[in-house]
Design a protein around this ligand. Structure first.
Ligand code: HEC
Length: 152
């Protein structure tokens, strides 16, 4: 009798845990982003801050605050559960043609932003939380600028 009552209860509790809508949302970072040039509401297709060292420095703090728990501090993923982000654009580095290289980097930018905003949910299980509504556009591109500066 008790089992018959408990089983559906347990099943729905597990379902709620696996549902992104009920997963615990990460906190917004405390890093001061006021020095980042404002980008407006519409998301850019490619990183507007590319190769800006001062912005990469802000991105580094943001990264260490929000991403390092899983991707590793200072982008060193060794011993951490998530993949190393410094390898994300390794293919673009080999492209010689400037226009093609810009397209390649923009593709990686698009993948990066989409992944960060939507998170990674596989069969309803959260592998990475969604940052939509938590990280502003300026913060996401600053993190990408840092990631680019450490890529190899
Ligand atoms: C709770 C752990 C966790 C946090 C925090 C986290 N991630 Fe992830 N992230 C993962 C995992 C796990 C994967 C791999 C998911 C998969 O492919 O199954 C991943 C994948 C990614 C990918 C795709 C990598 C690839 O090689 O395809 C990007 C990009 C990424 N994360 C960026 C970020 C950024 C930027 C932050 C900080 C804003 C962040 N993540 C915070 C766990 C996390």
């Amino acid at each position: 009798m008790t089992q018959r009552l408990l089983a559906p209860l347990l099943a729905s509790a597990l379902f709620l845990l696996a549902d992104p809508a009920f997963a615990e949302r990460p906190a917004a970072p405390l890093t001061d982003t006021s020095s980042l040039p404002m980008l407006g509401a519409a998301w850019r297709d490619a990183n507007p801050y590319r190769d800006d060292a001062a912005i990469a420095a802000v991105g580094r703090t943001l990264y260490n605050e929000t991403c390092s728990k899983c991707h590793g501090p200072e982008m060193n993923a060794k011993g951490h559960p998530a993949p190393p982000l410094r390898r994300l654009q390794r293919y673009c580095r080999k492209v010689q043609d400037a226009a093609l290289k810009a397209r390649c980097l923009a593709d990686v930018d698009h993948y990066f932003v989409t992944t960060v905003l939507k998170g990674k949910y596989i069969l309803g299980v959260e592998h990475m939380p969604a940052w939509d509504g938590i990280l502003k556009q300026e913060a996401v591109w600053a993190i990408k600028t840092y990631v680019d500066s450490r890529s190899r």
